[in-house]
Design a protein around this ligand. Sequence first.
Ligand code: UDP
Length: 405
Amino acid sequence: MRIAMISEHASPLAVLGEEDAGGQNTHVAELAAALVGEGHDVRVYTRRDSPSLPDTVATLDGYRVCHVPAGPALRVPKDELLPHMGEFGRWLAGQWRDGDWSPDVAHAHFWMSGLATLHAARRTGVPVVLTYHALGTVKRRHQGARDTSPPGRIGFERALGRAADRVIVQCQDEVGELVRLGVPRSRMALVPSGVNQEVFRPDGPVAPRDPARPRILTVGRMVERKGFLEVVRAMPAVPDAECVVVGGPPADLLPADPFARRLGALAESCGVADRVRLVGAVPREEMGRWYRSADILVAAPWYEPFGLTPLEGMACGVPVIGTRVGGIADTVVDGLTGDLVPPRDPRALGTAIRRLLADQVRRFAYATAALDRIRSRYSWKRCAEQLSAVYAAVSSVGRATPAVA
Ligand code: UDP
């Protein structure tokens, strides 16, 4: 099948860790590669955010990245991209109608991509599958007045859920959110993300560490809702351990980063500055080294649409402590493959870390059970197979020709 993936702000080629570059970029890159592995012809459409980008790039994984000229050719915060989605959609429609390649199905990632994709689909008849990745209702609930989403996001998300041929949900929590929003359950297919088990595996190189000091690792974009402040606040309850934070801007830009400075100041005031280390952005292919160097991975977001970092830690054989939110409540089985604690509760987090660090047998049991869970449920191949079935169900290519009597 010919599959178009639309990811307006999250390019599969981006450097990860910065404010708008994280799980969606990884998801799109891995999924595109896995769909190619299933024999599909895949193109990823993302915004041209630099004048030096070529029109299309052929990746080593066998899919093409097409750079769409919509909006300024420079990096713009994703919340400012809405006015350019009409232009994005018109460009897609033109390509699919008049160019030499048009998709059998279009899979939009994030609501703004959904708008551009529906715009193009209405003009070309291409069926649309949508993954939200994040929901405005959840963001509004947690961020309140600090939510920078464009006005109208929630209404657009509701309308998109009703207009798309299928909505891909990634966890049970998202099903509930969408039902409350008014998206019909019958439109939804639950297909969780996968994890690359070639990159994230228990054996392989390990980042240097002090063998005498237990290492707590936490990974993600440097935004408040990822819970790094709570991890630092938990550290006084865990004497002797070090806390390593991976993500944010590249290491040399950390001193100027406002959130990194805030974390540093908090570590000072908690008396743990000598035990908290910010590493900055790490290239994806080196992430496994960092996971493998840790005794425990902590994923402590306030909310999390899916959460790839717990899966990556689990795939590397590292026990996980996560907050009981979003996808983490599905991927981490409390007391079996890891521990779940309430979000925004440094005291509960500190207690859980201290207890797990003191119990080597439990850490080993969690890591073993987590690896089993990853291998049986969270491969990208499985994800691509399930999505192929969804694409086939909505596209004319996948519809069986009626038997002639
Ligand atoms: N990541 C990375 N380098 C970094 C920080 C993060 O490669 O310095 C990757 C991480 O391995 C994961 C993704 O970025 O694949 C973050 O995904 P997650 O779902 O945890 O969070 P999101 O960014 O989607 O909120």
